[in-house]
Design a protein around this ligand. Structure first.
Ligand code: ATP
Length: 241
């Protein structure tokens, strides 16, 4: 595999999206700074210079998006486990793909697509992790955030890139073979809201209930007075109640 390394770039996902014809599964892009780091739904990923990770990995799904449903949960499991292997504690996931440390956002995942959703598609899996963020650098973040600066041994960025690439390749291959079923227990172990009261925001509407994990499509399961219902979709945000 290849790693494209940039001192500065608009967006590592953007770079990969414009070079899909040259890429192989597992190729990565890493930058020290993103001038236009992206989040979901047109949001910004604050990406200052310094000891932070801005990482994208390329993968092709020959059968299109349907085959990749739930991939963001796989990536979240992998990222949490890799960070734990570097000594990060008190870390977990919030459905569908946010990583929290001490209940503040540590990392984000953004999966973007190129190609045909219903036949072959190329996916770019973007990961941003705050490693040592100063208050000044974090000023633009409009929600509570965290970083790894409390760690006794701050991970070496290159070691983190190598491990993340290796484990993502392994887990995406497992996902291709066995689907999300192979990750249910791992997700549950990392889920910060499992068994807790949550609220799902869907535009103007919201529903409340107890979080019962995820199903095999990657939908979040909510137990209400009417029983357990599955919710899925990019417009849904999960909140603690
Ligand atoms: P939410 O976190 O509210 O559920 P989301 O999953 O749609 O939203 P992402 O696309 O993962 O959001 O990330 C974008 C959001 O994350 C931004 O709107 C901002 O609130 C927050 N954010 C941006 N940069 C950082 C950063 N470096 N560290 C932590 N949080 C950030």
């Amino acid at each position: 595999n290849r790693c494209f390394y940039f001192d500065e770039i608009a967006s590592t996902n953007g770079f990969m999206l414009s070079h899909t014809t040259e890429l192989k599964n597992g190729d990565v892009c890493v930058a020290e700074y993103q001038s236009a780091g992206r989040g979901r739904r047109g949001r910004t990923w604050v990406s200052p210079y310094g000891h932070h990770l801005y990482f994208s990995l390329f993968w092709t799904f020959p059968q299109g998006m349907a085959q990749a449903m739930g991939l963001s949960l796989v990536v979240a499991c992998t990222l949490v486990e890799v960070l734990k292997s570097f000594g990060v504690e008190n870390i977990g996931v919030k459905w569908p793909n946010d990583i929290y440390l001490d209940h503040k956002k540590l990392a984000g995942i953004l999966i973007e697509m190129s190609g045909q959703a219903d036949s072959q598609c190329q996916l770019i899996i973007g990961v941003g992790v705050n490693m040592a963020m100063s208050d000044e650098q974090g000023k633009g973040i409009d929600q509570p955030w965290s970083d790894l600066s409390e760690l006794v041994d701050m991970p070496d960025k290159t070691a983190l890139v190598i491990e993340l690439q290796k484990q993502l390749k392994r887990d995406i291959q497992l996902f291709e073979r066995e689907g999300l079923a192979a990750f249910k227990a791992r997700w549950q172990a990392a889920d910060l809201f499992y068994g807790r009261e949550i609220r799902l925001l869907m535009g103007e509407k919201s529903v409340e209930g107890i979080c019962r994990g995820v199903d095999e499509q990657g939908a979040v399961l909510l137990e209400t007075a009417d029983g357990v219902q599955a919710f899925i979709g990019g417009e849904i945000s999960l909140r603690a109640r």
